[in-house]
Write a protein that binds this ligand. Structure first.
Ligand SMILES: Cc1cc2nc3c(=O)[nH]c(=O)nc-3n(C[C@H](O)[C@H](O)[C@H](O)COP(=O)(O)O)c2cc1C
Length: 187
């Protein structure tokens, strides 16, 4: 029986849905300890998050490493995490992950991911981006490696278009995270 709290690594990207990340933060903190990894573009939308969530970005990756023997942040975060959930996941991050690109902290964690642990992505993007054939290709590739997709929902988007592409509600994302944690930490 595992006594410690689950460790949730939370990726945030440059989707406008990051504006509402404080709501998801509350939900995730009920499930375990949380560390956040943000992209450069996510910073443009990031609200104030609870202090208990440490926020890591590309600069930290390079400021924490000075010489051989120093911790390498993307590896340390990957080792720490029981689960990685990227919510919202931008079209750009999904494309880069599926191509194995790893030129940011978030992408390096994803590239170094140990797929015996769960990785969930919750896409959020404009409807036409979502319906573009390349999105399904990227998601198919990611799921073939073991990633799980939390599907976006239909509503009036920030750009005023109406259609599928909005980030799934925080309660739904948290429920998926909770279910996956229960299933994997039991085993
Ligand atoms: C106001 C604004 C809102 C955006 N919203 C989204 C979005 O919801 N989903 C998305 O995939 N890209 C969105 N983008 C585009 C991304 O920010 C852009 O592709 C960026 O390079 C993503 O960087 P990242 O994937 O490294 O976070 C938006 C851009 C702007 C300026």
């Amino acid at each position: 029986m595992n006594e410690r709290r689950p460790r949730i690594l939370w990726g945030l990207t440059g989707s406008v849905a990051t504006i509402r990340a404080d709501r998801l933060a509350e939900q995730l903190l009920q499930l375990g300890d949380v560390k956040a990894v943000v992209t450069h573009r996510a910073r443009a939308f990031l609200p104030v998050l609870p202090e208990s969530i440490s926020i890591h970005d590309d600069q930290d990756e390079w400021s924490t490493w000075q010489q051989l023997g120093d911790p390498i942040l993307h590896i340390e975060l990957r080792r720490w995490a029981d689960l990685f959930v990227i919510a919202p996941a931008s079209a750009d991050v999904l494309a880069k992950m599926s191509a194995g690109i790893s030129d940011t902290l978030l992408l390096s964690v994803a590239r170094a991911w140990d797929f015996t642990r769960p990785l969930l992505v919750a896409p959020a993007m404009n409807t036409l981006m979502w319906e573009h054939p390349t999105t399904a290709e990227h998601l198919n590739r990611l799921t073939s490696w073991g990633a799980r997709v939390i599907s976006p929902v239909s509503k009036k988007l920030a750009c005023e278009d109406v259609g599928i592409g909005a980030l799934a509600p925080p309660e739904e994302i948290a429920e998926r995270v909770s279910d996956v944690l229960k299933a994997t930490m039991r085993s």
